[in-house]
Design a protein around this ligand. Structure first.
Ligand SMILES: [Fe+2]
Length: 382
């Protein structure tokens, strides 16, 4: 086995009602906190009030920045960082889905480093970012525990991926009660994104012993609980297990990397606006069917993790069961199954495939695809 580096936040605070602990956690970093969140969802659900109340109860001064759009822009990151500097903010509290987390990570870099955010796509910042406490309200991206942020430059139509260990949140506070307000379609899409993280980390050529254990546990938790959470959002056990599953999937993929599903889903988001989780969900079964011959033993383990009866089956048979089980799970979520529903046509496939082939994640895939093979996978779900 080759060596590996494994990085996650130094402190994970996980449990129902634990949003109340945000203030105590924040106090360790100073006296002024800025809450970075979106415009509506966390206000409407009461999550923002809960976080602010906890911070104030712990004696912190609170600055609210409730302006983050989905796919946060360079401008919003610069605006938030300027406000944080002006107010003497000691710690950022990122509250919401992936977008507020991404925005806060960008702000954290600019609070401690010179220059524009675009510079740090290519070079590592000199200083660690300002401390972040990440409080997710969705269960999928696992941005609360990763070293990645994606910032959009709308004029240049560019999505910048910045990878920097200095933006891993210092504390992740995961409270399943905050995820209860997620509607079924978002629960399904974010949950399938998490399942894709776990699957891709497990079969990734960059996986290691730690990520494999976490990925398999994540697959089991998500397999058992995703459809339950979609059907009944108030099912607290399902919500808790989904939040745990997506976090474990996050530990796994942020250290083992993702693979061909993510390579192929990114162009679908960039060119056709297909939401990330939905695009991954559609691609997961056909990409895993393509990968299966190159990782038969792992796919057989996946069948077991998904609770399929595999006793007496050969590895090949069990691996085929896994592909069928992933497809059945996807179908039960009720997410769209066809790319044409989003305006994708046969003539757009070669350009999508070219982008997917050029993506860095493709090299982590256990079976390296050709352009023709990628086109064939897109065509199979057109
Ligand atoms: Fe993802």
């Amino acid at each position: 086995m080759s060596g590996f580096i494994f990085q996650i936040p130094p402190r994970i605070v996980f449990g129902p009602g634990y949003v109340q602990k945000v203030g105590e956690e924040a106090k360790r970093f100073g006296s002024t906190a800025m809450v970075v969140t979106g415009r509506t969802a966390t206000t409407r659900s009461g999550a923002l009030d809960a976080v602010v109340a906890s911070l104030e109860a712990a004696g912190l001064a609170v600055v609210k920045f409730a302006e983050v759009e989905s796919d946060p822009s360079v401008a919003i990151v610069e605006k938030g960082a300027a406000l944080a500097r002006e107010k003497g903010v000691d710690v950022l509290v990122a509250l919401g889905g992936g977008s507020p987390m991404d925005a806060a990570k960008g702000m954290a870099i600019l609070m401690t480093n010179e220059g524009s955010i675009a510079k740090y796509e290519k070079e590592q910042p000199a200083n660690a970012g300002a401390p972040i406490i990440a409080v997710p309200t969705t269960a999928g991206t696992a941005s609360e525990i990763t070293r990645f942020t994606v910032i959009t430059d709308p004029e240049a139509r560019i999505k910048m991926l910045i990878t920097f260990p200095g933006i891993i949140p210092r504390v992740a506070v995961l409270d399943p009660e905050l995820t209860v307000s997620m509607p079924p379609a978002i629960t399904a899409a974010t949950g399938m994104d998490a399942l894709t993280h776990a699957m891709e980390a497990y079969i990734s050529l960059r996986g290691n012993a730690l990520t494999a254990v976490q990925a398999l546990e994540a697959i089991e938790l998500i397999g058992d609980n995703l459809v339950r959470a979609v059907m009944n959002g108030a099912d607290m056990e399902a919500r808790q297990n989904m939040l745990l599953g997506q976090m474990l999937a996050g530990f796994a993929f942020s250290n083992a990397s993702v693979a061909l599903v993510h390579s192929m889903s990114r162009p679908l988001g960039a060119h056709f606006g297909i939401p990330h989780g939905t695009a991954n969900a559609m691609l997961l079964p056909p990409v895993m069917a393509f990968n299966r011959p190159a990782c038969t033993d792992k796919m057989a383990r996946v069948a077991m993790a998904l609770g399929e009866p595999v006793e007496g089956l050969s590895l090949r048979e069990a691996s085929l069961v896994a592909v069928e089980a992933l497809d059945a799970l996807f179908m039960e979520t009720g997410l769209p199954r066809r790319l044409s529903k989003f305006g994708v046509t046969e003539s757009s496939i070669p350009a999508l495939a070219k982008d997917a082939l050029a993506s860095g994640s493709t090299a982590n895939n256990p079976r390296v695809p050709t352009q023709d093979e990628i086109e064939g996978i897109y065509a199979s779900i057109l």
